[in-house]
Design a protein around this ligand. Sequence first.
Ligand code: F0G
Length: 459
Amino acid sequence: MQFKTIIEPFKIKSVEPIRVTTEDERKQYLEAAHYNVFQLDSDDVLIDLLTDSGTSAMSNAQWSAIMSGDESYAGARSWKRLEAEIRDLTNYPYILPTHQGRAAEHILYGFLGGKDRVFISNTHFDTTRANIEVTGATAIDIPIPEAKDLSLEHPFKGNMDVIRLRSLIQEYKAENIAAVILTVTNNSGGGQPVSMGNARAVSSMCKKHGILFILDACRIAENAYFIHHRENTYSHRSYREIAQEMFSLADGCIMSAKKDGLVNIGGFLALDDGGLAQACTNRLIITEGFPTYGGLAGRDMEALAVGLREVFDPDYLHYRIRSTAYLGEHLRAKGVPIVYPVGGHAVYIDAKAFYPHIPVDKYPGQALVCELYITGGIRCVETGSVMFGKYDKDGQLVPAPKELVRLAIPRRVYTQSHMDYVIEVFDELIRTRQDAIGLRITYEPRFLRHFTAQFERLH
Ligand code: F0G
Protein backbone atom coordinates (compact mmCIF):
# COMPACT_ATOMS: atom_id res chain seq x y z
CA MET A 1 0.00 0.00 0.00
CA GLN A 2 1.39 3.38 -1.03
CA PHE A 3 0.23 6.09 1.40
CA LYS A 4 -0.23 9.70 0.31
CA THR A 5 1.40 11.28 3.35
CA ILE A 6 5.15 11.53 3.09
CA ILE A 7 6.50 11.42 6.61
CA GLU A 8 9.68 13.15 7.69
CA PRO A 9 12.09 10.16 7.59
CA PHE A 10 13.65 11.01 10.96
CA LYS A 11 12.76 11.35 14.63
CA ILE A 12 13.46 14.56 16.53
CA LYS A 13 16.04 14.14 19.28
CA SER A 14 16.83 17.74 20.11
CA VAL A 15 14.50 20.72 19.81
CA GLU A 16 15.01 24.45 19.49
CA PRO A 17 12.10 26.54 20.81
CA ILE A 18 10.52 29.17 18.57
CA ARG A 19 9.49 32.43 20.26
CA VAL A 20 5.93 33.33 19.37
CA THR A 21 5.39 37.02 18.54
CA THR A 22 2.32 39.17 17.85
CA GLU A 23 1.58 41.11 14.69
CA ASP A 24 2.06 44.44 16.53
CA GLU A 25 5.48 43.37 17.78
CA ARG A 26 6.48 42.29 14.29
CA LYS A 27 5.43 45.66 12.85
CA GLN A 28 7.85 47.34 15.26
CA TYR A 29 10.68 44.91 14.59
CA LEU A 30 10.34 45.36 10.85
CA GLU A 31 10.27 49.14 11.06
CA ALA A 32 13.41 49.06 13.22
CA ALA A 33 15.00 46.80 10.56
CA HIS A 34 14.19 49.40 7.87
CA TYR A 35 11.93 46.87 6.16
CA ASN A 36 14.91 44.67 5.36
CA VAL A 37 14.36 41.20 6.85
CA PHE A 38 18.11 40.50 6.76
CA GLN A 39 18.33 43.06 9.57
CA LEU A 40 15.88 41.23 11.85
CA ASP A 41 16.94 39.24 14.90
CA SER A 42 16.26 35.56 14.22
CA ASP A 43 14.58 35.31 17.65
CA ASP A 44 11.87 37.55 16.24
CA VAL A 45 11.14 35.15 13.37
CA LEU A 46 8.60 32.31 13.64
CA ILE A 47 9.31 30.34 10.49
CA ASP A 48 12.61 31.20 8.87
CA LEU A 49 12.51 30.55 5.13
CA LEU A 50 15.19 33.12 4.33
CA THR A 51 17.55 30.48 3.06
CA ASP A 52 18.24 26.77 2.89
CA SER A 53 21.93 27.60 3.25
CA GLY A 54 23.73 26.59 6.44
CA THR A 55 20.35 26.09 8.13
CA SER A 56 20.14 22.28 7.93
CA ALA A 57 19.58 20.13 10.99
CA MET A 58 22.47 17.70 11.36
CA SER A 59 21.93 14.03 12.04
CA ASN A 60 23.04 12.07 15.10
CA ALA A 61 25.76 10.54 12.90
CA GLN A 62 27.05 14.00 12.02
CA TRP A 63 27.06 15.14 15.65
CA SER A 64 28.94 12.00 16.59
CA ALA A 65 31.49 12.61 13.85
CA ILE A 66 32.06 16.11 15.21
CA MET A 67 33.58 14.60 18.37
CA SER A 68 36.24 12.84 16.30
CA GLY A 69 37.38 16.06 14.61
CA ASP A 70 41.15 16.34 14.35
CA GLU A 71 42.05 20.00 14.84
CA SER A 72 45.68 19.73 13.72
CA TYR A 73 46.87 22.61 11.59
CA ALA A 74 48.45 20.39 8.95
CA GLY A 75 47.64 16.93 7.66
CA ALA A 76 44.57 16.46 9.84
CA ARG A 77 42.86 13.08 9.81
CA SER A 78 39.53 14.87 9.34
CA TRP A 79 40.83 16.42 6.16
CA LYS A 80 41.91 13.03 4.83
CA ARG A 81 38.44 11.71 5.51
CA LEU A 82 36.72 14.65 3.82
CA GLU A 83 39.09 14.66 0.88
CA ALA A 84 38.46 10.94 0.28
CA GLU A 85 34.71 11.49 0.46
CA ILE A 86 34.77 14.40 -2.01
CA ARG A 87 37.09 12.51 -4.34
CA ASP A 88 34.83 9.49 -4.30
CA LEU A 89 31.87 11.68 -5.17
CA THR A 90 33.44 14.01 -7.74
CA ASN A 91 36.47 12.07 -9.00
CA TYR A 92 38.43 15.35 -9.27
CA PRO A 93 42.08 14.91 -8.20
CA TYR A 94 42.59 18.37 -6.67
CA ILE A 95 40.39 19.38 -3.75
CA LEU A 96 40.56 22.64 -1.83
CA PRO A 97 38.44 23.13 1.30
CA THR A 98 36.89 26.55 1.94
CA HIS A 99 34.67 27.93 4.66
CA GLN A 100 31.77 28.38 2.24
CA GLY A 101 30.91 28.58 -1.44
CA ARG A 102 31.69 32.21 -2.10
CA ALA A 103 35.21 31.77 -0.72
CA ALA A 104 35.79 29.15 -3.41
CA GLU A 105 34.23 31.52 -5.97
CA HIS A 106 36.50 34.33 -4.84
CA ILE A 107 39.56 32.13 -5.25
CA LEU A 108 38.69 30.61 -8.64
CA TYR A 109 36.89 33.48 -10.34
CA GLY A 110 39.29 36.01 -8.83
CA PHE A 111 42.10 34.14 -10.58
CA LEU A 112 40.23 33.61 -13.86
CA GLY A 113 38.51 37.00 -14.00
CA GLY A 114 39.67 40.47 -14.95
CA LYS A 115 38.76 43.12 -17.46
CA ASP A 116 37.55 41.75 -20.82
CA ARG A 117 37.01 38.27 -19.38
CA VAL A 118 33.57 36.74 -19.87
CA PHE A 119 31.72 34.15 -17.78
CA ILE A 120 28.60 32.42 -19.05
CA SER A 121 26.06 30.58 -16.89
CA ASN A 122 22.51 29.25 -16.96
CA THR A 123 22.10 31.83 -14.18
CA HIS A 124 24.86 33.18 -11.94
CA PHE A 125 23.92 33.18 -8.28
CA ASP A 126 24.29 36.66 -6.74
CA THR A 127 27.61 35.94 -4.95
CA THR A 128 28.93 34.28 -8.11
CA ARG A 129 28.06 37.32 -10.18
CA ALA A 130 29.52 39.67 -7.56
CA ASN A 131 32.80 37.71 -7.37
CA ILE A 132 33.07 37.88 -11.16
CA GLU A 133 32.03 41.50 -11.63
CA VAL A 134 34.29 42.76 -8.87
CA THR A 135 37.27 41.69 -11.03
CA GLY A 136 35.97 43.79 -13.94
CA ALA A 137 34.78 40.72 -15.86
CA THR A 138 31.33 40.26 -17.40
CA ALA A 139 28.80 37.65 -16.27
CA ILE A 140 26.17 36.61 -18.83
CA ASP A 141 23.08 34.55 -17.97
CA ILE A 142 21.60 32.32 -20.65
CA PRO A 143 18.73 30.26 -19.24
CA ILE A 144 16.57 28.47 -21.83
CA PRO A 145 13.76 30.65 -23.24
CA GLU A 146 11.14 28.45 -21.51
CA ALA A 147 12.42 29.68 -18.13
CA LYS A 148 10.96 33.13 -18.87
CA ASP A 149 7.44 31.75 -18.70
CA LEU A 150 7.08 31.27 -14.97
CA SER A 151 4.14 28.89 -15.11
CA LEU A 152 5.13 26.86 -18.18
CA GLU A 153 5.42 23.17 -17.44
CA HIS A 154 8.92 21.96 -18.38
CA PRO A 155 10.90 19.19 -16.67
CA PHE A 156 14.26 20.99 -16.77
CA LYS A 157 13.64 24.70 -16.67
CA GLY A 158 17.10 25.23 -15.15
CA ASN A 159 18.83 24.27 -18.41
CA MET A 160 21.31 26.49 -20.21
CA ASP A 161 20.41 27.77 -23.69
CA VAL A 162 23.01 25.87 -25.72
CA ILE A 163 22.19 27.69 -28.95
CA ARG A 164 22.89 31.01 -27.24
CA LEU A 165 26.06 29.51 -25.81
CA ARG A 166 27.28 28.71 -29.32
CA SER A 167 26.57 32.22 -30.57
CA LEU A 168 28.20 33.83 -27.51
CA ILE A 169 31.34 31.78 -28.10
CA GLN A 170 31.43 33.12 -31.67
CA GLU A 171 30.77 36.66 -30.50
CA TYR A 172 33.28 36.84 -27.63
CA LYS A 173 35.80 34.25 -28.94
CA ALA A 174 36.66 31.19 -26.88
CA GLU A 175 39.96 32.64 -25.59
CA ASN A 176 38.09 35.48 -23.81
CA ILE A 177 35.65 33.19 -22.06
CA ALA A 178 37.05 32.48 -18.61
CA ALA A 179 34.55 29.75 -17.77
CA VAL A 180 31.11 28.38 -18.42
CA ILE A 181 29.30 27.75 -15.13
CA LEU A 182 26.35 25.39 -14.85
CA THR A 183 24.43 25.96 -11.62
CA VAL A 184 22.59 22.84 -10.47
CA THR A 185 19.86 23.31 -9.49
CA ASN A 186 19.46 26.76 -10.96
CA ASN A 187 18.86 28.72 -7.77
CA SER A 188 18.20 32.22 -9.10
CA GLY A 189 16.23 30.72 -11.97
CA GLY A 190 13.66 29.31 -9.54
CA GLY A 191 15.49 26.31 -8.07
CA GLN A 192 14.83 24.49 -11.32
CA PRO A 193 16.79 21.37 -12.30
CA VAL A 194 19.26 20.93 -15.14
CA SER A 195 19.09 17.76 -17.22
CA MET A 196 22.01 15.45 -17.86
CA GLY A 197 21.41 15.96 -21.57
CA ASN A 198 21.90 19.69 -21.15
CA ALA A 199 25.03 19.24 -19.02
CA ARG A 200 26.39 16.91 -21.69
CA ALA A 201 25.68 19.40 -24.49
CA VAL A 202 27.35 22.22 -22.53
CA SER A 203 30.28 19.96 -21.76
CA SER A 204 30.89 18.97 -25.37
CA MET A 205 30.65 22.55 -26.59
CA CYS A 206 33.17 23.66 -23.95
CA LYS A 207 35.49 20.78 -24.87
CA LYS A 208 35.27 21.59 -28.56
CA HIS A 209 36.32 25.20 -27.92
CA GLY A 210 38.75 24.53 -25.06
CA ILE A 211 36.66 26.47 -22.53
CA LEU A 212 36.77 25.66 -18.82
CA PHE A 213 33.49 24.10 -17.63
CA ILE A 214 32.67 24.47 -13.93
CA LEU A 215 29.69 23.07 -12.04
CA ASP A 216 28.17 25.12 -9.25
CA ALA A 217 27.18 21.95 -7.45
CA CYS A 218 25.66 23.15 -4.20
CA ARG A 219 22.31 21.40 -4.82
CA ILE A 220 23.53 18.55 -7.03
CA ALA A 221 21.82 15.81 -4.97
CA GLU A 222 18.45 17.53 -5.37
CA ASN A 223 19.20 17.96 -9.07
CA ALA A 224 20.00 14.23 -9.31
CA TYR A 225 16.57 13.42 -7.85
CA PHE A 226 14.88 15.29 -10.70
CA ILE A 227 17.06 13.59 -13.32
CA HIS A 228 16.24 10.17 -11.88
CA HIS A 229 12.50 10.87 -12.00
CA ARG A 230 12.23 12.96 -15.16
CA GLU A 231 14.97 12.08 -17.62
CA ASN A 232 14.68 8.98 -19.77
CA THR A 233 17.22 6.24 -19.06
CA TYR A 234 18.16 7.54 -15.58
CA SER A 235 15.38 5.90 -13.58
CA HIS A 236 17.57 2.85 -12.91
CA ARG A 237 20.57 4.89 -11.75
CA SER A 238 21.08 5.88 -8.12
CA TYR A 239 21.06 9.56 -7.15
CA ARG A 240 24.73 9.36 -6.27
CA GLU A 241 25.66 7.76 -9.59
CA ILE A 242 23.76 10.49 -11.41
CA ALA A 243 25.68 13.18 -9.51
CA GLN A 244 28.94 11.36 -10.25
CA GLU A 245 28.14 11.32 -13.94
CA MET A 246 27.43 15.03 -13.89
CA PHE A 247 30.75 15.78 -12.15
CA SER A 248 32.49 13.71 -14.82
CA LEU A 249 31.25 16.08 -17.53
CA ALA A 250 32.87 19.18 -16.02
CA ASP A 251 36.46 20.28 -15.41
CA GLY A 252 35.78 21.07 -11.80
CA CYS A 253 33.21 22.30 -9.35
CA ILE A 254 32.48 24.78 -6.65
CA MET A 255 30.27 23.59 -3.87
CA SER A 256 28.71 25.53 -1.07
CA ALA A 257 28.33 22.56 1.27
CA LYS A 258 25.86 24.59 3.33
CA LYS A 259 23.15 23.18 1.09
CA ASP A 260 23.45 19.56 0.00
CA GLY A 261 26.42 19.00 2.31
CA LEU A 262 23.86 19.11 5.16
CA VAL A 263 26.19 21.21 7.31
CA ASN A 264 26.04 24.67 8.82
CA ILE A 265 29.33 25.81 7.34
CA GLY A 266 31.62 24.50 4.63
CA GLY A 267 32.48 24.44 0.98
CA PHE A 268 35.09 23.32 -1.47
CA LEU A 269 36.64 23.79 -4.85
CA ALA A 270 37.60 20.69 -6.82
CA LEU A 271 39.52 20.68 -10.10
CA ASP A 272 40.92 18.42 -12.77
CA ASP A 273 43.74 20.69 -13.82
CA GLY A 274 46.89 20.64 -11.66
CA GLY A 275 48.17 24.04 -12.81
CA LEU A 276 44.90 25.78 -12.05
CA ALA A 277 44.66 23.97 -8.72
CA GLN A 278 48.17 25.15 -7.81
CA ALA A 279 47.30 28.78 -8.55
CA CYS A 280 44.11 28.45 -6.51
CA THR A 281 45.97 26.77 -3.63
CA ASN A 282 48.29 29.77 -3.40
CA ARG A 283 45.28 32.05 -3.14
CA LEU A 284 43.63 29.67 -0.67
CA ILE A 285 46.56 29.94 1.72
CA ILE A 286 46.37 33.73 1.67
CA THR A 287 42.63 34.06 2.17
CA GLU A 288 41.32 30.86 3.79
CA GLY A 289 44.05 28.80 5.42
CA PHE A 290 46.44 25.91 5.00
CA PRO A 291 45.27 23.51 2.25
CA THR A 292 44.38 20.72 4.69
CA TYR A 293 41.70 22.75 6.42
CA GLY A 294 40.91 25.76 4.21
CA GLY A 295 38.53 27.78 6.30
CA LEU A 296 37.21 24.84 8.27
CA ALA A 297 37.69 23.29 11.70
CA GLY A 298 38.44 19.55 11.77
CA ARG A 299 35.00 18.90 13.28
CA ASP A 300 33.29 20.77 10.41
CA MET A 301 35.12 18.56 7.93
CA GLU A 302 33.94 15.43 9.77
CA ALA A 303 30.32 16.58 9.70
CA LEU A 304 30.58 17.39 6.00
CA ALA A 305 32.08 14.01 5.14
CA VAL A 306 29.01 12.37 6.69
CA GLY A 307 26.54 14.87 5.21
CA LEU A 308 27.78 14.37 1.65
CA ARG A 309 26.82 10.70 1.96
CA GLU A 310 23.54 11.15 3.84
CA VAL A 311 22.19 13.59 1.30
CA PHE A 312 21.95 10.86 -1.34
CA ASP A 313 19.78 8.64 0.86
CA PRO A 314 16.69 7.87 -1.29
CA ASP A 315 14.20 8.31 1.57
CA TYR A 316 15.72 11.63 2.53
CA LEU A 317 15.74 12.99 -1.03
CA HIS A 318 12.19 11.82 -1.68
CA TYR A 319 10.93 13.53 1.47
CA ARG A 320 12.98 16.63 0.67
CA ILE A 321 11.71 17.18 -2.86
CA ARG A 322 8.15 16.10 -2.14
CA SER A 323 7.84 18.35 0.91
CA THR A 324 8.97 21.39 -1.09
CA ALA A 325 6.39 20.41 -3.71
CA TYR A 326 3.76 20.06 -0.95
CA LEU A 327 4.09 23.73 -0.05
CA GLY A 328 4.18 24.81 -3.68
CA GLU A 329 1.19 22.72 -4.78
CA HIS A 330 -0.96 23.96 -1.90
CA LEU A 331 -0.14 27.60 -2.62
CA ARG A 332 -0.83 27.07 -6.30
CA ALA A 333 -4.19 25.47 -5.53
CA LYS A 334 -5.12 28.69 -3.72
CA GLY A 335 -4.29 30.71 -6.82
CA VAL A 336 -0.93 32.03 -5.57
CA PRO A 337 1.21 32.48 -8.70
CA ILE A 338 4.33 30.38 -8.25
CA VAL A 339 7.20 29.34 -10.49
CA TYR A 340 6.03 26.03 -11.82
CA PRO A 341 6.94 23.17 -11.66
CA VAL A 342 8.18 23.53 -8.08
CA GLY A 343 11.98 23.33 -7.74
CA GLY A 344 14.04 21.44 -5.18
CA HIS A 345 14.87 23.73 -2.30
CA ALA A 346 12.33 26.50 -2.46
CA VAL A 347 8.99 27.76 -3.67
CA TYR A 348 9.24 30.96 -5.69
CA ILE A 349 6.29 33.31 -5.83
CA ASP A 350 5.71 35.66 -8.73
CA ALA A 351 5.20 38.86 -6.72
CA LYS A 352 4.44 40.95 -9.81
CA ALA A 353 1.46 38.73 -10.55
CA PHE A 354 0.45 38.53 -6.87
CA TYR A 355 0.53 42.32 -6.43
CA PRO A 356 -0.17 43.70 -9.92
CA HIS A 357 -1.04 47.10 -8.40
CA ILE A 358 2.56 47.64 -7.18
CA PRO A 359 4.90 48.81 -9.99
CA VAL A 360 8.35 47.21 -10.24
CA ASP A 361 10.15 50.37 -9.10
CA LYS A 362 8.19 50.11 -5.86
CA TYR A 363 9.40 46.55 -5.39
CA PRO A 364 6.36 44.21 -5.22
CA GLY A 365 8.64 41.35 -4.08
CA GLN A 366 9.89 43.31 -1.09
CA ALA A 367 6.28 44.26 -0.30
CA LEU A 368 5.34 40.57 -0.18
CA VAL A 369 8.37 39.78 2.00
CA CYS A 370 7.19 42.46 4.46
CA GLU A 371 3.57 41.25 4.46
CA LEU A 372 4.64 37.67 5.14
CA TYR A 373 6.68 38.78 8.10
CA ILE A 374 4.09 41.10 9.60
CA THR A 375 1.15 38.74 9.09
CA GLY A 376 2.78 35.42 9.91
CA GLY A 377 6.28 36.00 11.28
CA ILE A 378 7.60 34.23 8.18
CA ARG A 379 10.95 35.41 6.88
CA CYS A 380 11.85 34.95 3.22
CA VAL A 381 13.80 36.78 0.55
CA GLU A 382 13.09 38.88 -2.51
CA THR A 383 14.96 37.69 -5.60
CA GLY A 384 13.76 40.40 -7.97
CA SER A 385 14.72 44.00 -8.55
CA VAL A 386 16.00 44.58 -5.01
CA MET A 387 18.50 41.76 -5.49
CA PHE A 388 19.21 42.07 -9.22
CA GLY A 389 18.05 45.56 -10.25
CA LYS A 390 20.57 47.98 -11.74
CA TYR A 391 20.51 51.66 -12.64
CA ASP A 392 20.99 53.14 -16.09
CA LYS A 393 23.20 56.19 -16.66
CA ASP A 394 20.29 58.49 -15.75
CA GLY A 395 19.79 56.73 -12.46
CA GLN A 396 16.59 54.99 -13.57
CA LEU A 397 15.98 51.48 -12.30
CA VAL A 398 16.64 48.72 -14.81
CA PRO A 399 14.43 46.07 -13.24
CA ALA A 400 15.31 42.40 -12.91
CA PRO A 401 13.61 40.12 -15.45
CA LYS A 402 11.37 38.68 -12.72
CA GLU A 403 10.01 39.87 -9.39
CA LEU A 404 10.22 36.71 -7.32
CA VAL A 405 10.00 35.95 -3.63
CA ARG A 406 11.71 32.81 -2.42
CA LEU A 407 10.45 30.62 0.38
CA ALA A 408 13.54 28.45 0.92
CA ILE A 409 13.09 25.34 3.02
CA PRO A 410 15.87 24.47 5.47
CA ARG A 411 16.73 20.78 5.31
CA ARG A 412 15.23 18.52 8.02
CA VAL A 413 14.21 21.52 10.15
CA TYR A 414 10.48 22.13 9.75
CA THR A 415 7.62 19.64 9.82
CA GLN A 416 4.49 19.48 7.75
CA SER A 417 2.51 21.46 10.34
CA HIS A 418 4.94 24.36 9.96
CA MET A 419 4.24 24.29 6.24
CA ASP A 420 0.48 24.08 6.86
CA TYR A 421 0.83 27.25 8.93
CA VAL A 422 2.65 29.01 6.06
CA ILE A 423 -0.12 27.95 3.69
CA GLU A 424 -2.73 29.36 6.08
CA VAL A 425 -0.91 32.70 6.32
CA PHE A 426 -1.30 33.00 2.57
CA ASP A 427 -5.10 32.86 2.96
CA GLU A 428 -4.85 36.11 4.88
CA LEU A 429 -2.44 37.63 2.37
CA ILE A 430 -4.85 36.81 -0.44
CA ARG A 431 -7.71 38.42 1.50
CA THR A 432 -5.76 41.64 2.14
CA ARG A 433 -3.97 41.68 -1.21
CA GLN A 434 -5.21 45.12 -2.30
CA ASP A 435 -3.90 46.79 0.87
CA ALA A 436 -0.26 45.81 0.23
CA ILE A 437 1.97 48.80 -0.48
CA GLY A 438 5.28 49.32 -2.26
CA LEU A 439 8.59 50.58 -0.91
CA ARG A 440 11.33 53.06 -1.70
CA ILE A 441 15.05 52.46 -1.10
CA THR A 442 16.54 55.04 1.26
CA TYR A 443 20.05 53.54 1.51
CA GLU A 444 21.97 51.00 -0.58
CA PRO A 445 25.57 49.85 -0.95
CA ARG A 446 27.20 49.27 -4.34
CA PHE A 447 27.36 45.45 -4.33
CA LEU A 448 24.85 42.89 -3.02
CA ARG A 449 22.55 45.68 -1.93
CA HIS A 450 19.75 43.44 -0.72
CA PHE A 451 21.66 42.47 2.44
CA THR A 452 21.98 45.96 3.87
CA ALA A 453 19.61 48.21 1.88
CA GLN A 454 17.12 50.24 3.89
CA PHE A 455 13.56 50.91 2.81
CA GLU A 456 10.63 53.16 3.54
CA ARG A 457 7.03 52.06 2.96
CA LEU A 458 5.04 54.23 0.55
CA HIS A 459 1.76 54.86 2.38
N1 F0G B 1 26.08 29.24 -5.63
C1 F0G B 1 24.77 29.06 -5.43
C2 F0G B 1 23.91 28.47 -6.51
C3 F0G B 1 24.19 29.43 -4.21
O1 F0G B 1 22.88 29.24 -4.02
C4 F0G B 1 25.02 29.98 -3.21
C5 F0G B 1 24.47 30.42 -1.95
C6 F0G B 1 26.39 30.14 -3.46
C7 F0G B 1 26.88 29.74 -4.69
C8 F0G B 1 27.32 30.75 -2.46
O2 F0G B 1 27.55 29.89 -1.41
O3 F0G B 1 26.56 31.02 0.61
O4 F0G B 1 28.19 29.15 0.84
O5 F0G B 1 28.93 31.36 0.07
N2 F0G B 1 23.26 30.53 -1.75
C9 F0G B 1 22.60 30.91 -0.52
C10 F0G B 1 21.14 31.05 -0.77
C11 F0G B 1 23.20 32.07 0.17
O6 F0G B 1 20.44 31.57 0.12
O7 F0G B 1 20.66 30.63 -1.82
P1 F0G B 1 27.82 30.38 0.10
